[in-house]
Design a protein around this ligand. Structure first.
Ligand SMILES: *Cc1c(COP(=O)(O)O)cnc(C)c1O
Length: 398
C-alpha cells in the first residue's frame, strides 16, 4: 500500500467486500465439523441455494469465475484450433479460457443501448464464419457492470447458427431480463465471488446449467478427473478447481443478503444519477427496458469534445481525494495479448462503440456499504471537475 497519501479522509474503494455478519457462524460450523476441504455440506447447500435463487436445474461451485468459464467452454467441446465469439468490452478473464483451450477469440463490439454484445456485429461475425466454412464452437456473452445484454436478439442469432451460448454473469448476479435471472439463458452461466463482486467468498465461482449431467462432468473435471476406481486412475486431464467448504460457508451467508446488496447498489446509482443528471456532459450506463441491473458498478461517460482530458482530470482529482475510481474496461481487441485477433464493429460505417466507451467512460465507487457522506464526496469531486472544465472552456472562448 502506498504511504504517499497526506489526505486525512478515509479511502473510498470501488467495490470492497461487504460482510453480513452471519459468515462467521458458517465458518465456525465448518471448523466444528472439520469439513475443511473442497467438499462438504456447505458446498452442497451453497450450490442448491444459488441454483434455486437463479432458477437453474443445478450448479457446481468452483475456485473462480475464470475456472467456471474454462469448464463451460471445455464441456461445449472447445479445443485446439477452434474459434469462440467474445465481447471485446470486458475483463480479460472472459477471453483467457478460450486461449487456455488452444482456441482463438473472435471479438465483437458493443452496441450503444446496453454497452454489451452487439447483435448486429454478432450476426455479421457468424455469417462470415459460416461463409468461410468454420462456425465458432461457442459464444460468450457478458452483462457488464450488471447491465443485461440484448438476450432475445443474441439467443435468436446464435440459435439460427446453432452456436451455444455461455453467459459470463460474473458481474450480474441478481440482474434480470424480462423477469429471468442473468446466467440462465445460455447452455451454461457463470458467476464470480471474487472480493470485488456483489457478493464474495474472498475468491470463488459457480457454474450453472439445466444440464445436470454436464454439471456432474464439470465436478469430475474440477477434481482431477479421477475415474471410478479404488486406486487412483485417470483417463482424461482434469483440474483442481473445486471451491473449499469453508468459503462456501461464506457464500451461503452472502447469498442470504444478495437482494439487499442489489437494492443498495441500485440506490447508490440513483443517488449519483439524481445529483449529477443535471450536468449535461454526463451520461450513465443505460438500463434496457424490461431488465433490472444489479448496478454492480455505476458507470458513466462524459460527452465533451475533450472527454479524454475530463476523464484524466477526474481520475487525478479522485486520487487526490483518496477515492478509488477506474476507467471502463480497455477493449480486448486493443490489448497487446490479443494483437491480430478478429474484431467486428457494431456499425462498419462508424467508430467502434466500445473504443468510444473506453475513451470517454469511468466507473464510480459503488460498494453496497457506502455511506451517504461517502457518496457526497464522490459527487463533489465530479461537480468540481466538470464545472472547472466549463469555466476553462468559457475562459478560452472569451
Ligand atoms: C470478475 C470477472 C471474471 C472472473 O472472475 P474470477 O472469479 O475473478 O475469476 C470474469 N468475467 C468478468 C466480466 C468479471 O468481471
Amino acid at each position: 500500500m502506498s504511504q504517499q497519501h497526506t489526505n486525512e479522509q478515509t479511502r473510498i474503494y470501488l467495490s470492497p467486500p461487504h460482510m453480513s455478519g452471519n459468515e462467521q457462524a458458517y465458518i465456525d460450523e465448518a471448523f466444528r465439523s472439520n469439513w475443511i476441504a473442497p467438499l462438504g455440506p456447505h458446498i452442497n447447500a451453497f450450490e442448491q441455494q444459488l441454483s434455486s435463487y437463479v432458477g437453474s436445474r443445478g450448479a457446481a461451485a468452483v475456485s473462480s469465475g475464470t475456472a467456471a468459464i474454462h469448464l463451460a467452454l471445455q464441456l461445449l467441446g472447445v479445443g485446439e484450433g477452434d474459434t469462440v465469439i467474445c465481447p471485446s468490452f470486458t475483463f480479460v478473464a472472459t477471453a483467457g479460457p478460450i486461449r487456455y483451450l488452444g482456441a482463438e477469440p473472435i471479438f465483437v463490439d458493443s452496441e450503444p443501448d446496453t454497452w454489451n454484445l452487439s447483435p448486429a456485429a454478432l450476426e455479421r461475425a457468424l455469417w462470415q464464419s459460416a461463409a468461410a466454412g468454420k462456425l465458432p464452437k461457442a459464444a460468450v456473452v457478458v452483462h457488464l457492470y450488471g447491465g443485461m445484454a440484448k438476450m432475445a436478439e443474441i439467443m435468436d442469432v446464435c440459435g439460427r447458427y446453432g452456436v451455444p451460448v455461455v453467459e459470463d454473469a460474473a458481474e450480474s448476479l441478481g440482474s434480470s431480463y424480462r423477469g429471468r435471472q442473468s446466467g440462465t439463458f445460455g447452455a451454461f452461466g457463470i458467476f464470480s465471488f471474487n472480493g470485488n463482486k456483489i457478493i464474495t467468498t474472498s475468491g470463488g465461482g459457480m457454474l450453472i446449467s439445466d444440464d445436470v449431467e454436464a454439471l456432474e462432468r464439470a465436478k469430475f473435471l474440477a477434481t482431477q478427473a479421477r475415474d471410478a476406481a479404488v486406486h487412483y486412475q485417470h483417463s482424461v486431464m482434469g483440474y483442481n478447481y473445486r471451491m473449499s467448504n469453508v468459503l462456501a460457508g461464506i457464500g451461503r451467508a452472502q447469498l442470504e443478503v444478495l437482494e439487499q446488496r442489489v437494492d443498495a447498489r441500485r440506490a447508490i446509482y440513483r443517488n449519483y444519477a439524481e445529483a449529477l443528471g443535471k450536468l449535461e456532459a454526463i451520461k450513465f450506463m443505460p438500463e434496457l427496458e424490461g431488465t433490472r441491473s444489479n448496478r454492480w458498478l455505476t458507470a458513466m461517460t462524459v460527452t465533451d469534445p475533450h472527454a479524454e482530458a475530463v476523464i484524466g482530470s477526474l481520475l487525478e482529482s479522485f486520487a487526490e481525494a483518496n477515492i478509488e475510481a477506474r476507467p471502463l474496461w480497455k477493449p480486448l481487441h486493443l490489448q497487446p495479448l490479443f494483437k491480430g485477433a478478429a474484431f467486428y464493429r457494431h456499425n462498419e460505417q462508424t467508430n467502434s462503440v466500445c473504443e468510444e466507451l473506453f475513451r470517454t467512460g469511468i466507473c464510480l465507487p459503488s460498494g453496497s456499504g457506502m455511506s451517504k457522506e461517502e457518496q457526497e464526496r464522490v459527487i463533489g469531486v465530479i461537480e468540481d471537475v466538470v464545472s472547472g472544465m466549463r469555466a476553462k472552456a468559457s475562459g478560452a472562448a472569451s
